[in-house]
Design a protein around this ligand. Structure first.
Ligand code: 26Q
Length: 824
């Protein structure tokens, strides 16, 4: 009989089983007879968490003792998904856990499926942050994630009559076994009030922020288990708490109720994740969220730094702060304020430290997505910060080369304030100026940054912009999500690829091995069966395993052009009906993705896909050769089922508009062939897999740019000259898919015609259909298809987020791995 604390760390089947029973009774408070699946999930999670805690404290202690330089990844989103399989897999105790549950008569799958999906993010940007956490921990890098513990994650999507309806995502409803509340880690965050000028002890002008309202930020920590379980990093999320300053001692009921109301209002700060993923919404609460978590994080970072240091001179050698987009960019002004107002530094010193500490990642060039907060709002909510921003701006503009040249247009582009109309603070410019490095997320995107939004800054600071092409973690996106393929790969090349994805290139030669190809197909088929069952469960639709699984899964957006895909679907449907004797390759078009609740066009396109599905799926004349499904509530968990089953990956954004994409990498890694434009990281995927193993179509970013610069094009002419396109659009226009409301799709037709077809759907249609046809023909040759699929998987080594994070670590952060000492 082992002592309790040894038992808690033991990884063998018997110890796990005993731990489960103990946790079930003494923490969940049930016996095995009464326990529900959810109880078992909590039980298992708590027992697994035990196996993490000691190593977690060892890791934290090692960083502390070495006074290691840490990197702080500030992000309003961490789209981490479920953690049970992730923890088990990274600890290497998946089989042991399965067996322990087996002995208790429980199914591991049921337990795993009882975990809610932590959807604290919208899409790519949030998932990237989660992949980076995994990669930092897996490589022993001292990395911390800082964000908000939203009570409600990204809304749950359901369909009513084919329309998207949003429901609250209550992921914390039954408690969260992974998090540790830290009620003692509490920082005040101020809002409103005014700035008072005074003379400091040496008679210098100084400022204090007074009469402000305060909210407390309370920490919740989640351990981030690295692969192999050696390093366990921390994700620290802030939750808003009212201060106790609220005076409840009033004598009348009205005043009392008002005090309670105030308390509730201040706790709204961490209530909900904003569901807009590309349009800036300008909501005051959003701005307050940004400041709330940024301020708390910076206070925490400075507190940790001051444990070892008495001056701030070394801060840039001990802390690197990465801004995940401009959402935490107010941190530039906040660090200045903390250093100057609270710690008495002089402006120049504070600015030097700030710039050397911060770096900024840009994720979009879309003008409507660039954050620009009204000056009047910023000065009301953060009066001291507004002053600091003005000061940064004045000092910069005075020194800028544009000033010397008398170039006013350039000066106005460089300004932190957009003076057109109601004056606004340009958060991108603030982030750029306050950082020593600014990066884009793919080679193309970074070049476009230099040529467009940041052209003038690039001229001023030619060494600041750098590229860091995105990546994905092979642990979650291959090992965990696709056990069938992972085991096949490991059986041939060993397990080295899991922590060094470059090794997967060794599979390239296996593309010529007929036995390997057969086994590769078998793995894909297994995943397609699993997805087919999921589709049946979610939509009631039966799909053919032998059909091409053509997958477009991502947020719903006009620039991502799901519309192009539906138009091809309708054209294919017509061709199949016109030529019933042809032996068609069966196709299943699979869509999934959420639309921002206020994005009417995106919601209308969802409805169109569902309407097309209803007609196509029930038309006997296509003999089940075409099926269309829209899976509801796309999230990380759904992605883990869909992606391993895909044959085709749709990456069809208007060239120049998708910063990088990361779903493109996940799908190719899992052996899907890409049909895509030369946009974002697709360009680099083509370089890696070779032009013969990807279907590229459409206008290039440069062609798109030229076309728009030369007054656009005439979509009506394009439509008139393409009978298949014309017919598809006519059907949509005349209600073939919406007999109950024949005018339903007028806004779509309008956008494609009089609207000028801003996203060039009609312009790329013909070439897209050509690429689709080529793919369908290739699919008939199953050996050739498999060969290309294998080459795709084998060529994705470079897209590991381990590679990406290492580039950040050496070229931006200057942080190094720390080996934790586990001395018990
Ligand atoms: C901003 C202001 C107010 C409210 C919301 C927002 C907001 C929130 C989320 C704006 C943008 C986002 C998310 C953007 C995003 O996910 N971008 C994607 O980032 C990926 C990782 O770099 C890229 O691969 C994608 O190309 C890019 O679209």
């Amino acid at each position: 009989y082992k002592s309790r604390d040894i038992e808690r760390r033991s990884l063998d089947v018997d110890s796990l089983k005993r731990s489960f029973l103990e946790w079930l009774v003494y923490s969940v408070g049930k016996d095995a007879r009464a326990a529900t699946r959810r109880d078992w999930f909590h039980t298992v999670a708590l027992a697994v968490r035990d196996r993490v805690v000691d190593r977690w404290m060892d890791t934290t202690r090692s960083y502390y003792h070495e006074d290691a330089k840490r990197v702080y990844y500030l992000s309003l989103e961490f789209l981490i998904g479920r953690l049970l399989t992730n923890s088990l897999s990274n600890l290497g105790i998946m089989d042991e856990c399965r067996q322990a549950l087996d002995r208790l008569g429980l199914s591991m799958d049921d337990v795993v499926d009882s975990e809610p999906d932590a959807a604290l993010g919208n899409g790519g940007l949030g998932r990237l942050a989660a992949c980076f956490l995994d990669s930092m921990a897996s490589q022993g890098l001292p990395g911390y994630g800082y964000g908000i513990r939203y009570e409600f994650g990204l809304f749950e999507q359901r369909f009513e009559n084919g329309w998207q309806v949003e429901h609250p995502e209550q992921w914390l409803q039954f408690g969260n076994p992974w998090e540790f509340a830290r009620p003692e880690v509490l920082y005040p965050v101020q809002f409103y009030g005014r700035v008072e000028e005074f003379r400091d002890s040496v008679g210098e002008r100084a400022y204090r922020w007074v009469d402000s309202e305060r909210v407390l930020a309370m920490a919740y920590d989640t351990p981030v288990v690295g692969y192999g379980g050696d390093t366990i990093n921390t994700l620290r999320l802030w939750s808003a708490r009212a201060t106790s300053d609220f005076n409840f001692g009033h004598f009348n009921e009205g005043a009392y109720m008002k005090a309670v109301e105030q308390k509730i209002l201040s706790e709204n700060l961490s209530r909900v994740l904003y569901p807009n993923d590309a349009t800036e919404i300008g909501k005051e609460l959003r701005f307050k969220q940004e400041y709330f978590f940024t301020s708390a994080s910076l206070q925490d970072i400075l507190r940790r730094y001051l444990q070892h240091h008495t001056s701030f001179d070394n801060l840039p050698n001990k802390a690197a702060i990465q801004l995940n987009d401009t959402h935490p960019a107010i941190g530039i002004a906040e660090l200045m304020r903390l250093l100057i107002d609270q710690h008495g530094l002089r402006w120049e010193k504070a600015w030097e430290i700030t710039q050397a500490t911060f770096a900024y990642t840009n994720h979009t060039l879309l003008p409507e997505a660039l954050e620009a907060w009204p000056v009047r709002m910023v000065e009301r909510i953060l009066p001291r910060h507004m002053q600091i921003i003005y000061e940064i701006n004045a000092k910069f503009l005075t020194r800028s080369k544009a000033k010397a040249a008398g170039d006013n247009a350039r000066l106005s582009h460089l300004s932190l304030i957009d003076e057109r109309g109601d004056r606004r603070v340009r958060m991108g410019n603030l982030a750029f100026l306050g950082s020593h490095k600014v990066n884009g997320v793919s080679a193309l995107h970074t070049e476009l940054m230099k040529e467009t939004v940041f052209a003038d800054f690039h001229a001023e600071f030619p060494d600041r912009i750098t590229n860091k092409t995105n990546g994905i973690t092979p642990r979650r996106w291959l090992k965990q999500a696709n056990p069938a393929l992972s085991e096949l790969i490991s059986s041939r090349i060993g397990e080295g690829w899991i922590s060094d994805l470059g090794q997967i290139a060794a599979l390239k030669e296996k593309a010529d091995d007929v036995v390997f190809r057969e086994e590769f197909r078998r793995a894909k088929r297994k995943n397609k069966k699993r997805l087919a069952a999921y589709i049946a469960r979610q939509t009631g639709e039966e799909v053919q395993i032998d059909s091409i699984f053509d997958v477009q899964v991502k947020r719903m957006h006009e620039y991502k052009r799901q519309l192009l895909n539906v138009l091809h679907t309708v054209a294919l449907y017509n061709e199949m009906r016109d030529n019933p004797t042809v032996s068609w390759v069966p196709v299943t078009k699979i869509f999934a993705g959420k639309a921002a609740p206020s994005y009417h066009m995106a919601k209308l396109i969802i409805k169109l896909i569902n309407d097309v599905a209803k007609v196509v799926n029930h038309d006997p004349s296509v003999h089940d050769n075409l099926k269309v499904v829209y899976l509801p509530n796309y999230n990380v968990t759904a992605a883990e089922i869909i992606i391993p089953a895909a044959d085709i990956s749709e990456q069809i954004s208007t060239a120049g508009m998708e910063a990088s994409g990361t779903g493109n990498m996940k799908l190719a890694l899992n052996g899907a062939l890409t049909i895509g434009t030369l946009d974002g990281a697709n360009v680099e995927i083509r370089e890696q897999v070779g032009a013969d193993n990807i279907f590229i179509f459409g206008l290039t970013a440069e062609e798109v740019n030229d076309l728009r610069a030369n007054g656009g094009f005439n979509p009506r002419e394009v439509i008139a000259s393409n009978p298949a396109l014309k017919r598809a659009l006519d059907m949509i226009a005349t209600g073939a898919f919406s007999p109950d409301d024949r005018n339903r799709y007028q806004p779509i037709l309008q956008a494609l015609t009089d609207g000028g077809d801003h996203f060039l759907v009609t312009a790329d249609f013909a070439d897209y259909c050509r690429a689709q046809d080529a793919a369908m023909q290739l699919y008939r040759d199953s050996e050739e298809w498999t060969r290309k699929a294998i080459i795709n998987t084998a060529s994705m080594g470079w897209f590991s987020s381990d590679r990406t994070v290492n580039e950040y670590a050496t070229e931006i952060w200057d942080v190094h791995p720390v080996k934790p000492t586990h001395d018990g």
